[in-house]
Design a protein around this ligand. Structure first.
Ligand code: BMA
Length: 311
């Protein structure tokens, strides 16, 4: 395989499991990640035994060990105010927006109408400015770019109209975070015999590099055993991110270890956050394993970009 083992799994995986929580939950997975007050902060999706999810914060000084997990959920669904959160909130992505000094959290709100993208802003991960739904169903897997593109905020998301057989990645633009316009397809599920044939969606938030916007996405191939979730990379033009410069032919990380293979949903690796440590040029991804627990994998940025240069 041309991209063999660019990412190395952390030997302490899984790093966060539901039995580490102070309250009762079924699973904890699909974390968003950012740097906050010099620590790595994860916003994990915790699934309750009702089947509905909330978010719980965990912090660590080195981003690998000694996770301090909040003793109660940090952000809970509020279906009385936001009916689209009736069945919970899922899969957050965090983007720091230097221009306004706030973190934007894009997440899936789930209800009988189907999934939609909701947004919240925060400065401290204690108080949240919740904006509610900003898309129509069915939409999820969203994150904002950290800076405006041509004077507007930009967001990648995965929109599927009723009856669509494939799920593609889209990009939309906004002046005010609430109304998103000019939706266009960014990257398509490849169909046919490909690993990312049926559905694709953004995984962590876009990262700016000197070569372009670095994107990691999950690709789903539907098999006789259900969906297989693996990860690929793409590079978007810095000025015009609707232009795709490169996309990996092969997946760069897929379920392999027991904790990724077996869980509530087998064969899933699903990162919603990553950190680029500029000091040693390492990328650290935080990912959900089989919809059950949290794992970490690392790579050198130069090796990640090398994978993309071949394409
Ligand atoms: C997706 C999302 C993720 C989940 C994945 C595998 O549609 O719901 O939260 O990890 O399916 O079950």
């Amino acid at each position: 395989m041309e991209n063999k083992e660019v990412f190395q799994r952390y030997e302490g995986n899984p790093v966060i499991t539901a039995d580490m929580l102070d309250y009762s939950a079924n699973t904890i997975f699909n974390p968003a990640a950012t740097i906050f007050r010099n620590e790595v902060l994860l916003l994990n999706r915790g699934e309750e035994r009702s089947g509905f999810s909330h978010f719980t914060k965990a912090t660590s000084e080195d981003g690998f060990t000694n996770w301090q997990i909040e003793s109660k959920p940090t952000l809970k669904p509020e279906p009385k105010i936001f009916p689209e959160e009736e069945w919970g909130i899922e899969d957050p992505r965090i983007t720091f927006l230097p221009e306004i000094g706030k973190y934007a959290i894009a997440y899936t709100a789930y209800s009988r109408r189907g999934p939609v993208v909701s947004l919240a802003l925060t400065e401290d991960f204690e108080k949240f400015e919740r904006m509610g739904a900003v898309t129509e169903p069915n939409d999820k897997d969203a994150a904002l770019f950290p800076e405006k593109i041509d004077g507007r905020w930009a967001m990648i998301h995965r929109y599927m109209a009723t009856g669509d057989k494939k799920g593609h990645m889209w990009v939309s633009f906004s002046d005010n975070f609430l109304v998103w316009k000019d939706k266009q397809i960014l990257l398509k599920a490849r169909g046919d015999g490909w690993w990312d044939a049926n559905k694709i969606g953004l995984s962590p938030q876009p990262i700016k590099t000197e070569k372009g916007w670095l994107i990691m996405y999950h690709g789903v191939r539907v098999t006789a055993n259900g969906g297989l979730y693996r990860l690929g990379l793409a590079l978007l033009d810095l000025e015009k991110p609707t232009r795709v410069l490169a996309r990996t032919r092969e997946w760069i990380l897929g379920p392999k270890e027991e904790y990724e293979r077996v869980g509530d949903v087998n064969n899933v690796v699903f990162p919603c956050g990553w950190i680029h440590n500029e000091g040693d040029d390492t990328i650290v991804i935080y990912y959900g394993c089989a919809d059950t627990c949290v794992g970490i994998a690392t790579a050198k940025m130069k090796d990640v970009l090398k994978c993309l240069q071949k394409h």
